[in-house]
Design a protein around this ligand. Structure first.
Ligand code: RP5
Length: 167
């Protein structure tokens, strides 16, 4: 089993505000593994551990991380703080919380001009990973063809459902 805490050799860094976010953020791991993309993972809170967060981001920048995925709930400033520290693309995952995730969604998405966070749906960690793969695929033909194959598989699955529909 790979040590997913190790930043070296990774293309995508996944951060989450708390270990309570892990059950949702794990959905991103599954997608990145399906596409053979190396990723690293940590828990880092924008509010509770800013020193650790910035130390981790410094390491990521030194090691050439290409895309960040950051998931947090409630006053979800993690993705925005990551975006403020890098010019690499940052994908935000609002984690469902006390206000059905609306608090997380708005805190993640409503970034000021110049510091964007590409925000996916509440608990949308799997789609965050798909978007990360698409970003990497811009300069990677093998990933492009894996993505095209995935689209065909999805269409085939829908057509099968249409055929099997009992109405
Ligand atoms: C956020 O607060 C975390 O991202 C998590 O979604 C939420 C609750 O954190 P815990 O109290 O479970 O550590 O910062």
């Amino acid at each position: 089993m790979k040590n997913r805490k190790k930043v070296e050799g990774c293309k995508v860094a996944i951060l989450m505000g708390s270990d309570s976010d892990l059950p949702i953020m794990q959905k991103a791991f599954v997608v990145l593994e399906e596409f053979g993309v190396n990723y690293c993972v940590t828990v880092a809170s924008a509010h509770r551990s800013p020193g650790y967060l910035h130390g981790f981001l410094d390491k990521c920048e030194q090691e050439g991380i290409a895309v960040y995925i950051a998931g947090a709930g409630g006053a979800a400033h993690l993705a925005g703080v990551v975006a403020s520290s890098t010019v690499k693309p940052v994908i935000g995952v609002p984690i469902n919380s006390k206000l059905n995730g609306l608090d997380s969604l708005l805190s993640t998405a409503q970034m000021p001009f110049g510091i964007p966070v590409a925000t996916v749906a509440v608990d949308g960690a799997a789609n965050a990973a798909m978007l990360a793969v698409e970003i990497l695929a811009v300069a990677d033909k093998k990933l492009q063809s894996k993505l095209s194959k995935k689209r065909v598989e999805m269409e085939t699955a829908v057509i099968k459902k249409a055929k099997n529909l009992k109405v």
